[in-house]
Design a protein around this ligand. Structure first.
Ligand code: SF4
Length: 63
């Protein structure tokens, strides 16, 4: 599976980073970095939580 980010919707508060720090990091300028776009089966649960936890629906997870 793969993460896609709609940068126009992202506010950079970092909820996704707190839920899935292996995949997301907000830099010092408040810009979200997707550290790893691909998601393995073992990582899927926490990334799904991060996608669901994003308040602006900026994240998607797709095959
Ligand atoms: S939780 Fe959503 S809005 Fe917040 S930094 Fe992550 S992608 Fe951006």
């Amino acid at each position: 599976m793969k993460i896609t980010l709609d940068r126009a919707k992202c506010t950079g508060l970092g909820i996704c980073e707190s839920l899935a720090p292996c995949h997301f990091e907000v830099d010092d300028g408040g810009v979200l970095l997707v550290l790893k776009e691909t998601v393995s089966e073992s990582e899927r649960g926490e990334v799904e939580e991060a996608v669901a936890g994003c308040p602006t629906e900026a994240l998607r997870l797709a095959d």
